[in-house]
Write a protein that binds this ligand. Structure first.
Ligand code: GLC
Length: 718
């Protein structure tokens, strides 16, 4: 063990500030940087560089090893750098997007994928990952919904905590584990109009109820780091927001880990017009608890002066530096600064059959059967399959933020089908492009011809993977017109058609839903997407995914989410009528609600029973839900428990997920699932700024959002 306090006592202020600075790997790799490149922009000398404590965005472990080796020669204190990257849904073997992982409703899947990612990332020289992103999301126009686990606080919290535990394990000295960093604190997902980087304006009530719980769940799970968001929350940028950074994060939650800014977010305080001064930006961010400044160098440039002026205390500086040194100690970097990085850039732990198997099973479990009139599953006895559309034969199904994943290493849908159906003729026709403004129909004729004589037609449609992710906001999330036209012409010549859709966000699929008899949504399934799609389409695997984020009927419905509070004057679904809550063009409900997802099995929810219809604050009530798989097809089903606080002093959601369990059912199997309801599950953020429950009636239901069944009353007595 290193005597960190002794080490700290030997450091100059400049060296301490180096530990609070994270720079892009390019700064260290471009040896000319000190003459023409970023060093000049960063106003850093070569001497300064020897003090920098962490690096991000190196694309090969050999780069990381070279940077660390040179640093340990140059750094007077021989303090190893810590290396960080975005391992969002896999390092080299890519599994489904986090938004898709949420659809699995299966923490075992998330845990297995995350542990695999950690093993691969260690070989990649990653020591900390900027994951999990648990930003609560409601607006599918925002490109980064792909990184979240969706529109429910419980689901986001559960999956975020599972990722933290899986990345970090029980001991960070174990080189199968890496440190996690929960982000983006806070409420980045509330970006106004879905436009990335735009301000967030949300009431404390809604922040507390929906946007904040998942960060807290990750902190309770022991996350080592937290990243602040770029954006302003209720007028104050996160990095300057005392209410968030001190009252919530430190005073209420007691977070004691390392806080890092998002990319140049300290510098952005000037752009946010909080201050015209770089020096004041450094003062504000540091005094609000931002330990490490990512990419910009205001700390190194100004904090020494701020200490001299008494605006920053050297004691606080030492505390921040000690947090960073403690993280390095926990990771064992003082003993092994390279921590398993594969210097040859060709690790045997990457893309193994075992890892591919994990990725494929996850892709199978995250896919959602959105619609099926019985067309799926196709029979494996087919002789001729027409595979049509822009996603029929492309590796671009691994999604955004795919770290070191390579489309060239993906299994395409064509390859997946060829593996599963070696004896079938598989005709592939792209038909059209996938850009939103594509108008070229020259591929239609060949596609229609291919469909005419096929035993089964698979339409592979969706939005390109670079239409979601950071900076990729959209004003229209409808499936592109040309793809709809292609679908119509295909179905006109062959009714035995199913759509296989790909996206990083919920798309508007209303017209596709009216056109095709079946839709299987894959999100961006990752490296094994083609094999997973083939297995699902032909019944080797039974779909079990459930919607983690509502699919709107029209873009104009965004933001749309299941747990809204009461909308008064609701009429019957259907055609618009005056003075009734509905839209002129469409019903107010989503096309596919949170929790929706079909199966090849047939699950009948037979009953929901409460052990009592009354409870005191110290009581627990057992809820028993009996589900019967009436089919001869084994399958998994997520049994969900919802509650509604019927009358309360602050408007309560019409439905709120309070528990879920995913279970396997054999053919014909009947199972009774038990949940326990206690008073803390019934609490909400009250008008007096406390978490409270109120006596009265609660409706307890199962089914899924917008389709609740077996509702029973439970009375909380106080
Ligand atoms: C990005 C993202 C953040 C990421 C960071 C480092 O801009 O906002 O999620 O972790 O920079 O890559």
């Amino acid at each position: 063990m290193t005597d960190l306090k002794k080490l700290l006592s030997q450091m100059t202020v400049k060296e301490k500030l180096g530990q609070l600075t994270q720079l892009n790997a390019r700064v260290f790799i471009d040896t000319q940087a000190d003459i023409t490149g970023p060093l000049l922009n960063l106003k850093l000398t070569k001497e300064d560089l020897t003090t920098v404590g962490s690096v991000l965005n190196y694309w090969k472990p050999s780069e990381m090893v070279a940077i660390q080796r040179q640093h340990l020669k140059d750094d007077r204190n021989k303090i190893p750098m810590v290396f960080m990257m975005d391992v969002i849904h896999g390092y080299r073997t890519i599994f489904p997007l986090p938004l898709a992982l949420g659809c699995s409703f299966n923490t075992d899947v998330v845990t297995e994928c995350t542990k695999m990612a950690a093993r691969e990332a260690v070989a990649g020289g990653v020591q900390v990952t900027f994951t999990p992103m648990v930003d609560y999301v409601r607006d599918a126009r925002w490109g980064r919904v792909m990184e979240s686990c969706g529109e429910d606080a419980l689901l986001n919290s559960t999956m975020g905590a599972a990722q933290v535990k899986a990345f970090q394990g029980d001991d960070l000295r174990n080189k199968e584990n890496i440190a996690a960093c929960v982000k983006h604190f806070a409420a980045y997902g509330g970006a106004d109009t879905g436009l990335d980087y735009s301000p967030v304006d949300i009431s404390e009530h809604t922040l507390r109820e929906h946007y904040l719980p998942a960060y807290k769940a990750c902190i309770d799970a022991g996350v080592e780091m937290l990243m602040t968001s770029y954006t302003a929350v209720n007028g104050v940028p996160s990095n300057a927001n005392e209410w968030l950074m001190k009252k919530i994060l430190k005073d209420e939650w007691g977070f004691s880990g390392v806080v890092i800014s998002d990319y140049s977010a300290v510098k952005d305080l000037v752009e946010h017009a909080i201050t015209p001064s770089e020096k004041e930006a450094a003062e504000i961010a540091f005094n609000n608890g931002v330990d490490i400044e990512m990419v910009s160098t205001f700390y190194m440039s100004h904090i020494e002066e701020l200490i001299a002026e008494g605006k920053i205390s050297e004691e606080k500086l030492d505390e921040a530096v000690l947090r960073v040194l403690e993280l390095k100690e926990k990771l064992g970097l003082f003993e092994d600064p390279y921590r398993g990085a594969c210097e040859t850039d060709d690790s045997e732990v990457w893309l193994t059959e075992e890892n591919r198997d994990i990725a494929r099973r996850a892709a199978e479990e995250c896919a959602i059967l959105l619609k099926n009139d019985g067309t799926l599953p196709f029979s494996k006895d087919v002789k001729k399959v027409a595979l049509i559309g822009p996603f029929a034969d492309t590796g671009d199904i691994i999604g955004f933020w795919a770290c070191s994943g390579r489309p060239s290493e993906s299994i395409t849908v064509k390859e997946g089908l060829r593996r599963l159906l070696p004896g079938a003729e598989i005709i592939v026709e792209k038909g059209c492009g996938y850009e939103f403004n594509d108008t070229d129909k020259s591929g239609f004729a060949a596609a229609v011809e291919a469909a005419k004589g096929a035993d089964a037609v698979i339409l592979c449609l969706g939005e390109p993977q670079d239409y979601s992710g950071e900076g990729n906001s959209r004003v229209d999330i409808s499936l592109h017109k040309i793809q709809l036209e292609l679908a119509r012409e295909i179905v006109a010549v062959n009714k035995n058609t199913a759509a296989l859709t790909f996206s990083g966000r919920p798309l508007v699929l209303s017209e596709l839903d009216e056109t095709v008899p079946a839709i299987l949504h894959m999100w961006f399934p990752g490296t094994e997407g083609g094999n997973a799609a083939a297995n699902l389409l032909f019944g080797e695997v039974n779909p079990s995914g459930k919607v983690s984020m509502s699919f709107p009927r029209a873009t104009g419905q965004c933001p749309i989410y299941y747990n809204r509070t009461k909308v008064i004057r609701q009429g019957p679904t259907g055609p618009h009528t005056k003075n009734v809550a509905s839209f002129i063009e469409c019903d107010m409900t989503p096309l596919y609600s949170f929790g929706h997802g079909l199966s090849y099995s047939s699950f009948k929810y037979e009953s929901l029973e409460l052990s009592s219809d009354k409870m005191g604050v110290d009581d627990k009530v057992t809820v028993k839900i009996t589900v019967h798989n009436e089919s001869d097809v084994p399958g998994k089903e997520t049994v969900m428990l919802y509650m509604r606080d019927v009358f309360a002093s602050n408007a309560r959601p019409m439905q709120q997920l309070i528990a879920f369990k995913k279970l396997h059912f054999e053919a014909g199997e009947r199972r009774t699932v038990e949940f326990t309801v206690d008073e803390p599950m019934l609490r909400f953020w009250g008008n007096d700024h406390k978490k409270i429950s109120e006596a009265g009636e609660f409706e307890i239901s199962t089914g899924y959002a917008d389709h609740l069944i077996h509702t029973k009353s439970l009375w909380l007595e106080k």
